[in-house]
Ligand binder design. Structure first.
Ligand code: GRF
Length: 199
């Protein structure tokens, strides 16, 4: 079976990245992780990827200053050098320009810690608790020009417990993310999910 080659972009810890790498180990997984790239050279996820036997490198945004697109050209070149046909964002904390979004349209996905379209942006768990929501969760979506706005491919729901803190809710949602993301990625690369934008 020929596997889809996936590049993972990170900025930090990389726990979702690790879940994606571990889920790719079985022979019947339809994707393989070709490379992990961080925009921050010190990201803990880089060492974590290397420890799991995956090539990991930094394409630091700092030397590019305000020229976001130039940084994205360097990222894009690295992804193509490793033969990637899909990109998974896993805690990648840079807003993208239309260049990178357009270059990977329909083939770049992200995981977000809320039940989109609720709570795009940051601080999702605190906002869900303060709103008195009965449930929180996470969403895997295709990346489009608007932040956290692309078509949703999959969601997992997590019940909010009475008097729960946003920290424990975050931990429980993160565990749900680790199960959801590999499944959603596998479904996309194998054509099992047909996102609205590509239909
Ligand atoms: C996760 O909460 C994910 O939903 C969000 O960024 C966080 C990344 O965490 N996009 P990790 O680096 O995967 O541990």
């Amino acid at each position: 079976m020929s596997k889809a080659r996936v590049g993972i972009l990170i900025s930090g810890t990389g726990s979702n990245m690790e879940a994606l790498i571990r889920a790719a180990e079985p022979d019947d997984c339809p994707y393989e992780v070709a490379v992990v790239i961080s925009n921050r050279p010190g990201a803990a996820g880089l060492d974590r990827a290397k420890a799991l036997g995956v090539t990991a490198l930094a394409v630091d945004h700092a030397p590019f200053g305000k020229d976001r697109e130039a940084h994205e050209h360097a990222l894009d070149a690295a992804l193509r050098r490793f033969g990637c046909s899909y990109v998974a964002l896993a805690g990648y904390m840079r807003i993208m320009t239309p260049f990178l979004v357009g270059a990977w349209q329909g083939r770049m996905l992200n995981i977000h810690p809320s039940l989109l379209p609720k709570y795009p942006g940051l601080d999702t768990h605190r906002r869900a608790i303060e709103a008195g929501d009965a449930e929180a969760g996470c969403s895997v979506h295709l990346v489009t020009a608007g932040v956290d706005e692309g078509p949703v491919l999959a969601q997992a729901r997590v019940r909010i417990l009475p008097r729960e803190s946003h920290q424990t809710l975050a931990e429980r949602v993160l565990a749900a993310e680790h199960a959801l993301y590999p499944e959603a990625l596998a479904d996309l690369v194998s054509g099992r999910s047909t996102p609205p934008s590509s239909s």
